[in-house]
Design a protein around this ligand. Sequence first.
Ligand SMILES: NC(=O)c1ccc[n+]([C@@H]2O[C@H](COP(=O)([O-])OP(=O)(O)OC[C@H]3O[C@@H](n4cnc5c(N)ncnc54)[C@H](OP(=O)(O)O)[C@@H]3O)[C@@H](O)[C@H]2O)c1
Length: 293
Amino acid sequence: MKPRIAVIGVGRMGSALVSAFLGQGHGVDIWNRTRAKCEPLAAKGARIAETVRDAAAAADIVVVNVNDYAASDALLRKEEVTRALSGKLLVQLTSGSPSQAREQATWARRNDIAYLDGAIMGTPDFIGTPGCTILYAGPSELFERHKPVFLALGGNPQYVGSDVGHASALDSALLVYMWGALFGALQGAAICEAEGVSLEALTGYVKATTPVVDGAVADLFARIRQRRFGADEQTLATMEIHAGALQHVLAICDERGIPRGVPAAFDQLFQKAILAGDGQADFAALHRFMRPA
Ligand SMILES: NC(=O)c1ccc[n+]([C@@H]2O[C@H](COP(=O)([O-])OP(=O)(O)OC[C@H]3O[C@@H](n4cnc5c(N)ncnc54)[C@H](OP(=O)(O)O)[C@@H]3O)[C@@H](O)[C@H]2O)c1
């Protein structure tokens, strides 16, 4: 018999989670602040609970997916809800910070609630697909025991360690990496539109040059790990070469009236490094300007 799941919060992501659980034959109890969002899921077989307590009491595993931890805390940290959660597994899939995850784990432990903190590395359309990665942190025994349940949400559930803050930490790292690409794509699209280059062409060339970017990122991580910041025979381009190329980007932006905020932020870092004497160093030398103050 598959465990019964409660899903608290059925916004865009929560609804996808419920559909995936239902699709894999789990009984699902749902609660949402705005009840109307539950109706389409009830039509698929989910049971609408009147209260968070009722949903938690009915299920074996409780999954939470609301905007943030403040909203989650307001829902869960009521005596009757905490009591209903006692002895069960709580899986927090709401995005948050490592310290919020650790604080929640402490609260859960005090209330005899088994706790895993998760981070969803995909959009709702990825949920339930083989390529969907969700990160889980907390006791490994809990992850291993419930892995078949997590597989309902996607083909790539990943255990990232016993430090319960590590799913959120990786989430932040991967999000900022994604936004680097998305903001770069926005700026690149603005340049192409201003210069009369089609976005179809840009799309194709982004794809064609992806291996170059992936290689540079892998090289950067390896250098940071090995603390190899100076230029050496494997250096792909020095700081000054990077900074020089960026000046052309800034020039196009100025000529065409495109806001230069994103590349200007990159330039600030390049100039700081060059001023500090790293002009001939590897790009990885920027690492020292990224460390906590
Ligand atoms: N969408 C994505 O691509 C994506 C990807 C990865 C992770 N996530 C994470 O998943 C979580 C939900 O995102 P979403 O895209 O599903 O957002 P959403 O569609 O805006 O849904 C937000 C959910 O949170 C509930 N909520 C917000 N404030 C609340 C409160 N004070 N009390 C009770 N319920 C409250 C909403 O209830 P109402 O319906 O009543 O407003 C709704 O169920 C976020 O932490 C987000 O970072 C989302």
